[in-house]
Design a binder for this molecule. Structure first.
Ligand code: ADP
Ligand code: MG
Length: 215
């Protein structure tokens, strides 16, 4: 039996991926939210899950430490996608990559006047590409989380972050002013593994595909 390792991250990706795994007959034997184990066995003796940081999922799959993974498009854009197939948009963990500014800030006039904005984000590549495409000069400041704080304490004029309900922005007196792109999580597959383990991976892929849009 061919061994398969699937890289997932805790939280919404793990939760939203469960129905896809179930469709493929895979059930985790431990709950990663409560277990401290980083390798989680499943009901299938040849399939295991590894729990890694969301932004590390593409790296594990790229190097073949995992055969498959589930990663947000946000993370995949920053990673670059080397060595990965991205055959399936699972349409889970849906949100939007957006530019947000303090409620009182007139973003459109700042853009129109060619103001040089300071933008805080953990998505440097996506932000750089977006503002370059708009012909805007920005100074990017790399953060690792809680981007909403940056404009409140004078670190930045704007942020680039993921937005779903907008409640976090609202709670921090920010508003979304520009959509960069929609974001959802994708199935990713190591390119070599897909060739070598096709007979095992293809049926899993078919099962996953049958659940897209149903969850
Ligand atoms: P981390 O805090 O390590 O970035 P998250 O669980 O917050 O992990 O995010 C994991 C993935 O879930 C992100 O890469 C993104 O694709 C997606 N995501 C993040 N925030 C949201 C959100 N507000 N709504 C829907 N999906 C989101
Ligand atoms: Mg988060």
């Amino acid at each position: 039996m061919t061994d398969i390792t699937i890289a997932l991250s805790k939280g919404r990706i793990f939760e939203d991926t469960a129905p896809f795994l179930k469709a493929a007959g895979i059930i985790a034997l431990d709950d990663p939210e409560t277990s401290r184990k980083l390798i989680i066995d499943t009901n299938k003796p040849n399939v295991r899950l590894i729990m890694v940081r969301a932004s590390d999922v593409p790296t594990y799959v790229q190097y073949g430490a995992a055969d498959l993974g589930v990663a947000g498009k946000d993370v995949l854009l920053e990673h670059g996608g080397m060595g990965l197939y991205q055959p399936l948009d699972l349409q889970i963990a849906r949100c939007k990559m957006m530019v947000a500014v303090p409620e009182g800030f007139d973003y459109q006039s700042a853009v129109f006047q060619g103001a040089r904005l300071r933008v805080a984000t953990k998505y440097l590549k996506t932000a750089r590409d977006h503002f370059a495409e708009k012909g805007m000069h920005v100074d990017l400041i790399k953060l690792y989380g809680s981007m909403e704080l940056a404009p409140l304490v004078g670190l930045a004029d704007a942020i680039v972050d993921l937005v779903s309900s907008g409640n976090t922005l609202k709670a921090n007196y920010l508003k979304a002013v520009e959509e960069i792109r929609p974001v959802s999580a994708r199935l990713i597959i190591n390119q070599a593994a897909l060739k070598l383990k096709r007979t095992t991976i293809q049926p899993m892929l078919d099962s996953f595909e049958s659940v897209v849009g149903v969850t």
